[in-house]
Every structure is written in C-alpha cells, then in structure tokens.
Design a protein around this ligand. Structure first.
Ligand SMILES: [Zn+2]
Length: 461
C-alpha cells in the first residue's frame, strides 16, 4: 500500500524542506515536491502547516521493572502505547540484570515482557548488576542478540559496580563495539547520607534531594570519564542533571575525549522547590538524580542550545502515588524512585527548547536531539531516526503551534498522577505513523501492538 503525506515540512538529514513524503511497504520511498503525480494510487494524508519529524526515540525507559517496593505501574503494553501517543515510535528499555540472574535469562525475560505487547518499536540495553566470569562470557553473546549497549550503575547497592569492574566493562565493551552508559552518582556516599538523615529523624521527601547532592553526581561523572579516558572508550552519561556534572563532561571534552550526554525533561521543567510541597505531595517528585536548582536547569538548557547535550531520555519509571509512593510515607528512602514521562517527553522538550525561545533549537536540531542522535549512538541509524528513502516510515506529524497544558486525565500512561499537572506546553503529535501505518491520530489509537523488536548494530558490525 502506498501513502503520501502532503503539505508538511519534512525534517530530513539534509534539512527541513517543504516536501511530500511517499511511503511504500512500511518504508519511506521518496521525499520531494509534487510526488502525487508519480503515484496516483496513493492514499493521501494532509499535513498542511505541520512538521514531519522522524519518529521520536526514547533511549531511556524502565517498563515492567521490579524494585524493592514492587513493580512499575507501566508495562510494555501501556508504556509503549503511551509513548506512541506522544510521538515516540521507538523506546530503548533497560533489560536490567538482578544479581544471580544471567544476562541471557534477563534478555529472555525482557523479550517475554515486550514481544507481541508493544505498540511502538523497542530495543534493549543490557543492564549489569554484577561483573564476573559468567557476565564477561555472556556479554560477548549480546551483539548477536541485537544488543549494542551496556548500562552500569555507580549507585544503588543492588546494582553498583566498583571502579575496577567499570574499567573491565569498558575494555570488553570496546572490544565488542558496544556503547557503555552509566548512572553517575556516588552510591556509597549517598547511602551514608541517607543513613545520617534517617538517624536524625529526617524522614520526609525533602531529604531525598539533600541525600543526593550535585557534588555526588559530579564526582561520579568525573570518575566514570576518568576511567573511560584510561580505556579510550567513548561513553554515554545518562540523565545529566547538574551544572557541576556538566562541567566534568566539558573537562573531558577539552581533554579530547569523546562522550555522549543525555538529559531528561524533568531537569528542565522541575526544580527542587517541588520537595517543599505539603502533605507528602513531594513524593510525586522522588526520582534520581533528583530535581535540581534553578541555575542547574539553566545550565542544562543552555547546553542543549549549544549542542553539547546529545539526547533527551524520559527515564520513564512510573509508580502510583496512591499506593507505591506511599510505601515511603514514614521514610523517604523507601519511596520508589521514578516518575512517568515516556508520553510527555516530546511535548515538554519542544516547549523548553523550541525555536521561538531565545537561542532555541531549529527543527533540525530538535530532530537530532529527539531522534537521530539516539539512533546513531545506539546503532539503528538510518533505519530509525531519519526521514530518508529506505528508512522505516516512523513519522510524527507535529503541530508546532498547539498550546495547552498537561493534565493527567488526557494522558495514556498507566499511573495515577502526572508530575507535570497544569504545566503549560506547546506542540503535540497530531498523527503518528509506525512502519507507514497510522497508529495514533487526533487523540485516539488506531493501531496497537504493532511494535517490533529492533536489532541494533555494534560499532564493529
Ligand atoms: Zn533510568
């Protein structure tokens, strides 16, 4: 079946152009002016006045993940449908190993969670919780499974690797052509700070950000990058949230290191005043790294404008306020960390960075931030991340002029609140195509469960 999107501005790798986009068999067949003449049998989609972006890619989600307090509210069925509604056509989820569980089993588990239930395309980063002869052996098998990236943690008792293990992981990942991303917070000091506050009887959510200070992000970023300097690795820093952490990244860049930086909408839209809300409301904002100070927000936004930050992940990790977050009512350290965001990420990022703002991003730069860069870094470009002939016809028809506000009622994530309730936003996905077919249009799902697993290429391949 042929479909022709007419009248829009297509954001292609060569720039944003007024052009028609012809789709055939789920792929983009051609982009150009007046393509209708050559394809009279095509179904026409009118995109007059709208922007056509390559489907957005969320490189950072946690769907159907189990933590000490229980399971996340969104599984792959609800999370990927919500992603689609926001304009995201591919998510990269963390298939995170639990200690004692093999990587092979972990990957199998994640396929079981996602296969046949996902409404957008998906891939997995393999997440390490330990480093031993078995994980080393198994990591070698991951590229054949379509996995091109490894995630490690420098915080959380159950997950964190030590410096020697990080060094070894980087060395092996390099050999395999895999990209290593890290959660950079100094977990040992954070654990001490949490214990200190608990002993002092400081148990409200207000102490969550105080126990995870900016310095502990900056220290871990610096350490991760210093280790990567020794191995010569190009690494990826997830969810950068502070000015100090950014400075550590810039120092590494000045030394000549190559690295990728991700931030998240919460570090642009929220600041630490959310921890002053009364009546345990601030538990809605317990995520890690926490919301930071206004100067941090400004620095992160400027780094996006300056092209220093490469990607924007949602770090979607949803827990119901009415049940899960309540588990920490008497002790902030028991509040499960995470907020919903897979659906609102494109709209929030557009609002915070659009061209109408001083220094704001062009459509081309926004497209790189939200789609192309993640596709390139994680080995799926130009199948994903490009409006170009031969690429998957994952396309967002975006209304850049729409304005409104975020309300939980209008969202599709399976969680009982939005941390952005009432937040004024600009732009929205009017229609979202996955593999050339309309999957979401004008607020309603047209096609669900059509998501495929995306096999990604290592740098070696
Ligand atoms: Zn995360």
């Amino acid at each position: 079946m042929k479909r022709l999107i007419k009248g829009g501005t297509a954001v292609t790798p060569e720039g944003a152009v007024a052009a028609d986009v012809l789709i055939e068999d789920g792929k983009i067949a051609a982009i150009g002016e007046n393509l209708a003449a050559g394809s009279p049998d095509a179904e026409i989609i009118d995109a007059g006045g709208k922007i056509l972006f390559p489907g957005f890619i969320d490189p950072h989600t946690h769907l159907e993940m189990t933590v000490a307090a229980g399971r996340t509210a969104d599984d792959f069925a609800t999370g990927t449908a919500a992603a689609l509604a926001g304009g995201t056509t591919t998510v990269l989820d963390f298939a995170g190993q639990d200690k004692g569980v093999t990587l092979t089993q972990t990957l199998k588990d994640w396929h079981q969670k996602a296969d046949g239930k996902s409404s957008c395309d998906y891939g997995f980063h393999i997440g390490l919780a330990e480093w031993n002869d078995e994980t080393k052996k198994e990591l070698r098998e991951m590229p054949d499974e379509g996995i091109s990236s490894v995630k490690l943690y420098m915080a959380y008792d159950a997950l964190m690797l030590d410096d020697a293990q990080i060094f070894e992981t980087l060395r092996l990942a390099d050999e395999l052509g895999m990209t290593v991303s890290a959660h950079c917070e100094n977990g040992l000091v954070i654990d001490e700070l949490i214990e200190k506050y608990r002993k002092e009887g400081c148990l409200t959510p207000k102490y969550h950000p105080l126990s995870r200070p900016a310095a502990m992000e900056a220290e871990a970023v610096n350490r991760f990058l210093a280790i990567a300097e020794q191995t010569g690795s190009t690494v990826y820093v997830v969810h950068l949230s502070t000015q100090r952490g950014l400075r550590a990244c810039l120092d590494a860049k000045e030394r000549g290191q190559k690295l990728y930086i991700e931030t998240c909408p919460q570090y642009l839209c929220l600041d630490d005043s959310c921890y002053d809300l009364p009546d345990f409301e601030s538990a809605k904002y317990v995520f890690a790294p926490p919301a930071r100070k206004v100067p941090d927000q400004k620095a992160i936004r400027q780094a996006i404008f300056d092209g220093i930050i490469d990607t924007a992940g949602s770090d979607h990790c949803s827990f119901d306020f009415g049940s899960m977050k309540q588990k920490g009512r008497d002790d902030f350290s028991k509040i499960p960390n995470g907020i919903p965001g897979v659906e609102t990420r494109p709209q929030l990022m557009f609002t915070e960075t659009y061209a109408g703002l001083e220094g704001g991003l062009s459509y081309e730069d926004f497209s790189d931030l939200m789609s192309a860069n993640a596709a390139k870094i994680y080995g799926m470009y130009p199948q994903k991340g490009a409006l170009a002939p031969g690429s998957d016809a994952d396309i967002v028809i975006w209304d850049p002029d729409w304005t409104g506000e975020i309300t939980h009622d209008a969202l599709h994530m399976n969680v009982d609140y939005s941390p952005y309730e009432g937040y004024p936003v600009r732009g929205r996905a009017d229609e979202v195509l996955l593999h050339g077919e309309t999957a979401y249009k004008d607020g309603a799902f047209v096609k669900k469960n059509a998501g495929h697993y995306v096999r990604r290429q290592t740098k070696q391949a």
